[in-house]
Write a protein that binds this ligand. Structure first.
Ligand code: HEM
Length: 481
């Protein structure tokens, strides 16, 4: 960890005002964060910023100056202390003063008011709703939890069977596009209780939104609309799904507000959980010895922790806005300033602070911040659910595959550009299915003469209707998908 941490005087002068003459965010020269260097090596950029500025650095984010929090201790402070570091975008001075570029691409998401951007009582109330609505899915002891877990494994098996059907028992696959992303969309459809028609519409727009680009804004609006209609549908026809349980937990939720909550959950469930799956698969495939060891010892949870430490899927968490002047790192942050806590940078700091300790110990990997920390931390039920989905998704791959290797050197894998998500565009592998995989079946010998003939493996299962519909949407209907 940087020595500069020691000059942080946050605790000793909690209510001091910034001394006159101390530099403001607007007065500092900032370098843009999102460069081609950042695309290729974000860790190197974090290190350079840390060596230049200490635990907190001023950066430009698509033309807007932002404080980027880099060191573990400072990130934890920002995440935990929600009376100083507020979530509601209305605390942001530059926004309130109308100084933001009109089309600043990151603003649209922050204008969707939902739990993540609530403070105080409104936030506490919303957390209770989540706690109650997610409880049935939290573990496998309830019928809903058991059914969801069984569905994840079944969908995973179907997707691998489809690979076998398309590419054979050995061949090439993109485990991001052909496995992880459809799997998470299927899980979302099931968990949210989407009727197929609504599911189709939602999936189309989530894809456009998650891929970003010029259509992302309108797609966000359409996805919100679809979620709002889903909320209305489930209000009139409740089922055993998260949408219905949210309404049961808080009947005062309007369709619009529930739609906003589902929208945010859909992002976590699809994009963030999907990236956790891919990043874990990558850690195993790239031959990280410790990860392989923990996987072969049957400790998938530990494998996921190690992958989260190396590549947290939410690299930089939601912005916070300072409630008042406060010292952080080597700077005075002014009331109303925007701050971006970087989990990815904090993890590098943590690893640098005690690499042998972290890498060799099974316990210390839990210090990772991939779930966040403090009052806005990912709710425990969501964490358990996501952990199960990731473990099952990763576990099924290595259950079915006898061999899998990356077809690109790890340093040439294409990562998505952007400040928030650490996610792969592709995860290309050459695979060989295990002879014991249920994704293939070996036809029975036809007679004694045939016994020595090489058995030809053929796909065991046909894809379900849901899988077929999703694949048509994802690969059949849109240019560039
Ligand atoms: C591996 C998958 C996941 C990861 C890594 C993850 C991570 C996180 C993180 C880091 C936060 C806090 C963000 C911040 O403080 O800025 C968060 C919040 C949240 N997550 Fe998760 N999440 C995952 C899956 C899920 C799933 C599957 C759901 C729901 C189905 C979910 C629901 C939520 C909710 C409701 C919040 C907001 C909590 C609040 O603001 O009080 N997450 N998640």
């Amino acid at each position: 960890m940087s020595d500069a941490v020691s000059v942080s005087v946050m605790e000793t002068h909690p209510f001091a005002a910034a001394p006159a003459g101390s530099p403001t965010l607007e007065s500092l020269p900032v370098e843009p964060l999102l460069t081609s260097e950042f695309d290729v090596n974000p860790g190197g950029v974090y290190e350079r910023l840390r060596s230049m500025y200490g635990p907190v650095a001023p950066v430009g984010l698509m033309g807007v100056p932002v404080w980027l929090v880099l060191d573990y201790r400072e990130v934890l402070e920002v995440l935990r202390n929600d009376s100083v570091w507020r979530r509601d975008v209305r605390h942001w001075r530059a926004r309130a003063e109308g100084r933001l570029p009109q089309d600043w691409p990151l603003l649209a998401g922050y204008e969707v008011r939902q739990t993540m951007f609530f403070d105080d009582d409104e936030h506490r109330h919303a957390r209770l709703t989540y706690h109650s609505a997610m409880r049935p899915f939290q573990d496998g002891h309830s019928p809903e939890g058991w059914e969801l877990r069984a569905a994840v494994a079944k969908y995973a098996d179907e997707l691998i069977a489809m690979l076998a059907a398309e590419s054979g028992t050995s061949g090439f696959a993109d485990l991001a596009a052909q496995y992880t992303r459809p799997l998470l969309l299927m899980v979302t459809t099931k968990l949210f209780g989407c009727p197929v028609e609504l599911g189709d519409e939602m999936v189309m727009d989530l894809w456009r939104m998650l891929d970003g680009g010029p259509d992302a804004g309108p797609a966000t609006g359409r996805a919100l609309g679809a979620m709002t209609r889903l909320a209305a549908h489930r209000r009139s026809r409740p089922g055993e799904d998260l949408t219905s349980y949210m309404l049961l937990a808080d009947p005062s939720l309007s369709d619009e507000q529930l739609g906003r909550e589902l929208f945010m959950n859909a992002v976590y469930l699809n994009d963030i959980t999907g990236n956790m799956v891919c990043n874990t698969l990558l850690e195993v495939l790239r031959g990280n010895a410790t990860v392989r060891r923990s996987l072969s010892a049957g400790q998938i949870g530990e494998t996921v922790n190690r992958a989260a430490l190396a590549n947290p899927p939410s690299a930089n968490l939601c912005f916070r806005f300072a409630a008042r002047d406060v010292r952080l790192g080597n700077f005075w942050i002014r009331g109303g300033d925007i701050v971006s806590p970087s989990v990815a940078a904090a993890h590098r700091d943590l690893i640098a602070a005690g690499s042998s300790h972290i890498v060799d110990s099974a316990v210390s990997t839990r210090a990772h911040l991939a779930w966040g920390a403090g009052p806005h931390q990912c709710p425990s039920a969501a964490r358990e659910l996501a952990g199960t989905i990731v473990s099952t998704a990763v576990g099924r791959v290595f259950e079915h595959f006898a061999r899998a290797e990356l077809t690109l050197p790890p340093d040439q894998l294409p990562w998505r550009a952007g400040p928030v998500v650490r996610g792969l565009r592709l995860l290309p592998v050459r695979y060989e299915l295990s002879a014991h995989s249920a994704a293939v079946r070996v036809p029975p010998a036809r007679g004694s003469d045939d016994v020595a003939a090489p058995a030809e493996a053929v796909p065991l299962r046909q894809p379900s209707r849901l899988l077929g519909a999703l694949r048509r949407l994802m690969f059949g209907g849109r240019k560039g998908d």
